[in-house]
Design a protein around this ligand. Structure first.
Ligand code: NAP
Length: 285
């Protein structure tokens, strides 16, 4: 293993993912807008870059894991941004969830400065990120995917090459639509039962012991019972993903009310809580 990795974006996902690469033996340079979030990784041996320029100069592969399209574009294009750095011949992998259109644009911009680009958003939240058990949804040149595969093996249990750039983002928006539907369905089911005198933990047991139960419903059970939703996947990111899915053409009967419901929950101040806090919003209706 010779690659030195430059990791940009140390949020809920970025920290455990970067940690897995460090523990796998990669030399890791990290950069985050809020530098203090790098502390645990630096204590484990990562080098904190003072600028994106410094990170690029020292890294063969650069991975970005940021909140949304705006943050990613700003980081690539802004003053002192990635594409103004020495990236010629380097592989840049964006693992943030963004619109397929943003991925095409990033690929074109990377090509223009001689860099190789791969999109690789992930399915799975913080626990799979910690366990190196994400599902990685890659789109781009197949050679770039093959080059990234050794890294993906440390981050995920499965990495898919889905085709050209845009395919990975499209698959990611599709799986998150299912996630949004499932969590909304779970929340409404529990609240409907409660309204008719059934305790939440009894209803959740009925769900989890039966055919409707899934790793997801089981994962969210303790938070629902406790009524406490510290963010693994922040609700604001689901609002973003549903908006991107709508922009990408999803127009099924549930798509619009689903997107609007999560948006209203965010507007009520639940954006920084875990996506399961949708139940807190629904309970107020
Ligand atoms: P997060 O905890 O909100 O972290 C966001 C990261 O983006 C932080 O490092 C933040 O820097 C950085 N950032 C935000 N705006 C920025 C800007 N304008 N300029 C520079 N940096 C900026 O997000 P996350 O949960 O790690 O998710 C990251 C991506 O993965 C998102 O696209 C999300 O949709 C996707 N995703 C998340 C999950 C999940 O379960 N959490 C699962 C699958 C996919 P600061 O630290 O300075 O704020």
């Amino acid at each position: 293993m010779t690659d030195t990795i430059g990791w940009i974006g140390l949020g809920n996902m970025g920290i455990p993912m970067a940690k897995n690469l460090l523990e796998a033996g990669y030399t890791l340079n990290v950069y985050n807008r809020t530098a203090s979030k790098a502390e645990s990784l630096v204590n484990q041996g990562a080098a904190l870059a003072n600028s994106i320029q410094d990170l690029c100069a020292e890294s063969d592969v650069v991975i970005t894991m940021l909140s949304d399209d705006q943050a990613v574009k700003g980081l690539f294009l802004g003053e002192g941004g990635l594409l103004n750095c020495p990236v010629d011949g380097k592989l840049i992998i964006n693992m943030s969830t963004v619109a397929p259109k943003t991925s095409y644009e990033l690929e074109e911009m990377c090509k223009a400065v001689g860099a190789r680009f791969l999109e690789a958003p992930v399915s799975g939240s913080v626990k799979p990120a910690e366990d190196g058990a994400l599902i990685i949804l890659a789109g781009g040149d197949e050679d770039n995917f093959r080059a990234a595969q050794p890294l993906f093996e440390k981050l995920g249990k499965l990495s898919f090459w889905l085709g050209s750039v845009g395919a990975g983002s499209s698959a990611k928006l599709a799986i998150n639509y299912f996630l949004a539907l499932t969590l909304e369905g779970l929340a409404e089911t529990v609240l409907f039962a409660k309204k008719n005198g059934i305790k939440a933990d009894d209803m959740l047991r009925i769900v989890n012991e039966g055919a409707c139960g899934s790793p997801l419903t089981k994962l969210k059970t303790s938070a629902i019972v406790a009524g406490d939703f510290p963010a693994a996947f922040a609700l604001k990111h689901m609002v973003k993903d549903l908006r991107l899915a709508r922009e990408q053409g999803i127009d099924f009967p549930l798509a619009q009310p689903l997107a609007e419901t999560y948006k209203k929950a965010m507007d009520k101040g639940l954006g920084e809580e875990d996506v399961m806090a949708i139940i807190t919003y629904l309970e107020t209706l």
